[in-house]
Each structure stands twice: as C-alpha cells, then as structure tokens.
Design a protein around this ligand. Structure first.
Ligand code: TXE
Length: 458
C-alpha cells in the first residue's frame, strides 16, 4: 500500500467531492492490531456489567451526537436524513439488549453426568476485525462492534470506503468511552480490508458481498480465524390468495425501494399468484407512484440517491437485461444527475432467466413474477444460492405456516416483514452467511467455549 493513498468519497446527492481520508498504511494496521491486543486482557477480565457501564457511556455520546452522525450518514451514502436519524437512535436500545444477553452468553455453565462434573467457560476470542458495509454504516458495524466488545474482545474497525467519516465518528465515540487502544480504526478499501484480515486478529466479523466474504474465508483459513459473515440476499416475497392485498402491496412497494433498494433484506423479487396478480400489481403501482425521490436532506423524501454511480449502473444493466428478455415496465424509473438518482421501477412479467430474478439487485426495483401455485412459488423461492430473508403472505393458518417452513432462508416473515424480535438470531442460510448475530447464541460466536472437568464426588 502506498503511504499517501487516500479515499476520495463523493456526495451521492450532488456528485461533489467530500473531504479525502488517508488510507492506513500496512505497518500502521499491524500497530493498531497490536495495541488492541495489548488492551484486551484487562477488558476481557471485567464483568459484563463493568463492560456495560463503558458501553452505556458510548450510548450517551452517540445520543448527544445523533444529529452530526445522522447528517454524515446521509451525506456520505444518500439515505434520507429521517431514516439516518432512526438508524442512529436504534443503537441505544440495541446496546442495552446486548448487555442483557451477554450476561447469559458469558456465564459459566455447570453440568454433571455420572461421575463427571464439567464447567463450560466462554472466553473472549481476543481481537476481532470488524469490516463494515456502506448501506447501514452505523447499524451494521455497530451490531458487530458491540457484540465483540460486550463479550470481552478488542476490535479493529474498517468502515466502508464509501462511508469513512461516518466510521470515524462511530469509532471516535467508542474510543472516547472505552479504554485506550481497545478500539482501533483503519481506513481504506479492499486492500486495507485484506491486510487487516491477514493481520494478527482472531476473528473477522464482516457484512458485504458474497465474493468478498469468500475472499475473507480463504485468507482466514491460514490462521483458522473465526468468522461471522453476513452476505448478500435475493429475498423472495410470496403473495398467495387470501393475503391482505393492501398490507402486502404496501410491504412490496416500500421494502423493495427503501434506502434506494440498498438493504440486505430488501424485497428483491415478488412471486405472486396469478389469480391476485392484477389487483396486487395495481395497488403496488399506485403506492410506488406516490413515493418522493429527492435530496435526502429535504423533508418528506422517501428515496435518496444510490450510493455510487457504479451501483446505479449495475441496476440499470439488470433492468436492460430484463427488458430485453420481455419484462413489462409498468413504472419506468428515470435516472437523474447530478447525483446518482434512480427513481423506482416496477416490472411485471419477470421470468427466472432474467438476471433481476437471480442476482442481487440492491436497487429501487419492484420485480413481479407470476406463479400458478404455492408449490411453484416455493420452488422458485428456493432456486437460489442466497438464503437471507423471505416473507410469505396469504390466508393465516397452518397451511401458510407449513409453506413458510419450506422456504430456505434464515429469517422468514409470515404476513409481515422478517424483522426479527429482539433476542432472535439475525441469520443467513446457504451463501447468504456464516454464523449469526444478535441472539445469545449470536454473542457466543464471539466467544470460545472451553471445558474443565473433574471427577465428581460420589
Ligand atoms: O461490497 P464489498 P460492496 C452486496 C450488494 C452490493 C455488493 C457490492 O449486492 O451491490 O455487495 O457492495 C471491504 N478483504 N452488499 O462493493 O466489496 C470493503 O472495503 C477484506 C450486501 O460495497 O463486499 C467494505 O468495507 N475486506 C451487503 C466491505 O468489505 C474487503 C451490504 C464490503 O465491500 C475486501 C453491502 C477484501 N478482499 C453490499 N474487499 C449486505 N448484506 O447488507 C472489500 N472489502
């Protein structure tokens, strides 16, 4: 890595350059990891309650700095300011939930079988590298950082190169509230991430693309480093006769285009039964037409620009492929500049041979494919390497529940989105992830179980 290399973020709403950020040279990355390793034992020796006190100070700082952090998110990646504020405000309750669950995750367990008495002790792994994405640049790395810290690990955080200043603010709040050296920050793109993965860390907690997840896994194999990976998705939404059309259409329209479609669990494809397809499509179209695209700092804006010109280009390529293969454009989303604006598009007549039906789109597209039966819907829903989220809408009851059970996804919503209840795992199946987070068992991904056994007194 060249010593003077810089990241040059661009405001996606205007196309104007934002202040540049220095990339961390390889030698410095190793120093940051070393400092984290030095600080870790004292942190790991604290009780969860003691660590929790520090983390609550972090929450206080974030709460005071909500506006600045939300503004930075919005400026760097284009999310409407209102949603960015929500992202920051969610952090407090999350941290409190993690502290509560960590008490359970970190507690010794005692077992006895016959003549043997065993204590299972959950120990921190050491230093966790946290590599974040740009789409939820506070919430996503925030979850990973807090999970690692509350369980007694040190962390070294590399934010996405699209949101380096958001990452700097987030890390700054942690650094101010926690012991010196415990939270490291490195800046840069893929090469910095790769160097961090190769460095003397014990685990990598990552959210991003499948390709990068695979590269990390290959590199981590050398040191048998532990991994928690949340990767891409192609979440299906199945809509069957008996569904509440209004509720389903609202979910389909809004969750296909929220955050300009750049959500790991956005609705990526809709599999609707042909008997209800016309009514459903009409209502989806009306809702999408009512959404406001515009500058993310303006009030009342539902959809801001996409994060980058490249990301918009990828979506436009998928749309062109879909049109070439016969999809109908019910609402045509226009591309607007300056900025990376792309209005939402509604497609019907989507077929499985189209890229938009099989590869993650990560853009503001409502892609509707008709099916003739629930079985066909399930078959199509599962015909993918992805398995993050899904939802199924229909007549409530055991039949719908049984269909939901056949969907190969980590998180399935029935007549609702998949937003997991606090304490449930956040988890992807198949190539959408490895390991999981948020729950007690999720926190244990950041811990090493060890056993000590004795001969029990008879
Ligand atoms: O991801 P990358 P990108 C999907 C979505 C999107 C695509 C690409 O489909 O279009 O991924 O997005 C760092 N070793 N998701 O390019 O490249 C990189 O610097 C270590 C879904 O942003 O995976 C950044 O910090 N690190 C996802 C992070 O990895 C490396 C959210 C993510 O970058 C690295 C985001 C390497 N070799 C994108 N190469 C979700 N599940 O929400 C890059 N990085």
């Amino acid at each position: 890595m060249e010593p003077n290399e810089k990241i040059s973020p661009i405001n996606p709403a205007t196309g104007e350059p934002l202040p540049t950020v220095d990339c961390t040279p390889a030698g410095d990355i190793h120093e940051v990891v070393k400092a984290a390793r030095t600080a870790q034992p004292a942190w790991g020796a604290m009780t969860v309650a003691e660590r929790g006190e520090h983390l609550l100070k972090f929450v206080e700082r974030v709460t005071e700095g909500t506006q600045a952090l939300a503004q930075m998110i919005s400026t760097e990646m284009g999310k409407p300011l209102r949603e960015a504020r929500g992202e920051v405000q969610n952090l407090g309750p999350r941290v409190r939930g993690y502290i509560e669950r960590a008490e359970q995750a970190c507690a010794d367990e005692h077992k006895q079988a016959g003549n043997t008495r065993v204590t299972v002790r959950w120990k921190p792994l050491g230093v966790a590298a946290v590599i974040g994405p740009w789409n939820y640049p506070v919430a996503t790395p925030g979850n990973l950082l807090i999970s690692a810290l509350v369980t007694g690990n040190a962390v070294v955080f590399k934010p996405s190169e699209f949101t380096p200043n958001t990452g700097r603010l987030l890390a700054g709040h942690l650094q101010a509230a926690l012991p010196a050296g415990l939270v490291g920050l490195v800046q840069g793109a893929g090469r910095v991430g790769a160097t961090l993965v190769e460095s003397d860390v014990d685990m990598i907690a990552f959210t991003g693309s499948i390709a990068t997840g695979q590269a990390i896994m290959r590199s981590a194999a050398t040191g048998m480093k532990r991994l928690v990976l949340e990767l891409g998705g192609k979440d299906p939404m199945i809509v069957l006769p008996g569904a509440d059309i209004e509720a389903a259409a609202n979910h389909a329209a809004r969750e296909s285009v929220r955050n300009a479609g750049q959500v790991c669990v956005s609705v990526e494809r809709i599999l609707v039964h042909r008997d209800i397809a016309p009514a459903f499509t009409q209502r989806v179209t009306e809702i999408v037409r009512g959404l406001k695209v515009g500058n993310p700092s303006e009030d009342g804006v539902d959809i801001g620009p996409m994060v980058s010109a490249r990301q918009r280009e990828l979506v436009l390529e998928q749309l062109a492929d879909a049109k070439r293969r016969g999809a109908n454009v019910v609402v045509e989303g226009k591309s607007r500049s300056p900025g990376n604006y792309l209005e939402p598009t509604v497609l019907t007549g989507v077929t499985s041979d189209m890229e938009i039906a099989s590869r993650e789109t990560f853009g503001p597209v409502v892609a509707i494919q008709e099916v003739g039966s629930p079985d066909e819907a399930i078959e199509l829903a599962n015909a993918t390497v992805y398995g993050l989220g899904a939802s199924i809408w229909g007549q409530p009851g055991p039949e719908l529940d049984a269909l939901a059970d056949q969907i190969e996804a980590g998180m399935v919503g029935i007549n609702r989105g998949l937003s997991a209840a606090a304490g449930a795992p956040w988890v992807g199946w198949k190539q959408s992830g490895l390991g999981h987070t948020r729950s007690v068992s999720g926190l244990r991904q950041f811990l090493q179980p060890t056993t000590r056994s004795w001969r029990a007194k008879s």
